[in-house]
Design a protein around this ligand. Structure first.
Ligand SMILES: C[S@@+](CC[C@H](N)C(=O)[O-])C[C@H]1O[C@@H](n2cnc3c(N)ncnc32)[C@H](O)[C@@H]1O
Length: 234
């Protein structure tokens, strides 16, 4: 049965007004996501002011760069370690790429960024720590498929950079790879200078600023590959 004359008209009008107040394209997941992005930007900027050398970027990576990094993760079994997750743009791209949550280990130096990451990804393993102590966070039998690094290697202190590269070398087996970007488009990567060979390289122009994205593999046999247990600091 229909209601009194005019009631359906009023109902339609009410519905129209409601939908105008909340346009379709701004509905459900869009607004929370936009709020989250804006929130992330503010946190990023405030952390940049506090620790410019550690943050080393004017804003979080864009989608092209984040997806480009994730696309380089090989199919080989093993852990995926993310260095310097910041507000989680690359973390999300890694998950979107299909990496299982229990294969991903995130290491982020800043406690403030870690708080954001834990809110965004409550079911991920997020370690507030230093990439230069990588081995101390790994299980003894860890096999690493890829390290996805957003670390600003060029702006970090020389000693920290050297320790990070030494740690990567000590835990990485032959089949593992390192995915790293830099804004220094023409400068040689510290990984390259440490004897790693790039097997993929591209410039991502659709990023602010444009970035060079590379994937490195260890050249020749890594003598420390089978001694993860020995080098773990516990
Ligand atoms: C350029 S930002 C990248 C953030 C994010 N991945 C992105 O692409 O937008 C560098 C990140 O590395 C982190 N970081 C710097 N030094 C670190 C270290 N030694 N260990 C772990 N994270 C570090 C910073 O706190 C910051 O979150």
């Amino acid at each position: 049965m229909s209601g009194p004359p005019g009631s359906s008209f009023m109902g339609t009008l009410r519905r129209r007004l409601r939908s105008l107040r909340q346009p379709r394209h701004l509905s459900a997941p869009f607004l929370p996501r936009l709020r989250q992005e804006a929130h992330g930007l503010i946190w990023f900027a405030s952390q940049l002011v506090r620790s410019p050398r550690e943050v080393g970027a004017i804003c979080p990576s864009g989608q092209s760069l984040a997806r480009g990094m994730a696309a380089l993760i090989p199919e080989t079994p093993g852990l995926v370690v993310e260095f310097g997750a910041g507000t989680g743009v690359v973390t999300q791209a890694i998950l979107d790429r299909g990496v299982a949550r229990d294969r991903l280990l995130v290491i982020e130096y800043s406690p403030r960024f870690c708080a954001i990451l834990r809110r965004k990804f409550p079911d991920l393993t997020i370690i507030q720590g230093d990439a230069a102590k990588l081995s101390s966070y790994l299980p003894p039998d860890a096999r690493i498929a890829a390290i996805v690094s957003s670390l600003p290697l060029m702006s970090l202190p020389k000693q920290t950079r050297a320790s990070i590269i030494a740690q990567v070398r000590s835990v990485m087996r032959q089949e593992g790879c390192i995915i790293q970007f830099t804004y220094a488009l023409w400068a040689a990567s510290p990984f390259r200078r440490a004897g790693y060979q790039p097997d993929s390289r591209k410039i991502i122009l659709l990023n602010l600023p444009p970035a060079r994205l590379e994937r490195f593999r260890i050249a020749g046999q890594n003598p420390a590959a089978s001694t993860l247990r020995d080098c773990a600091i516990r």
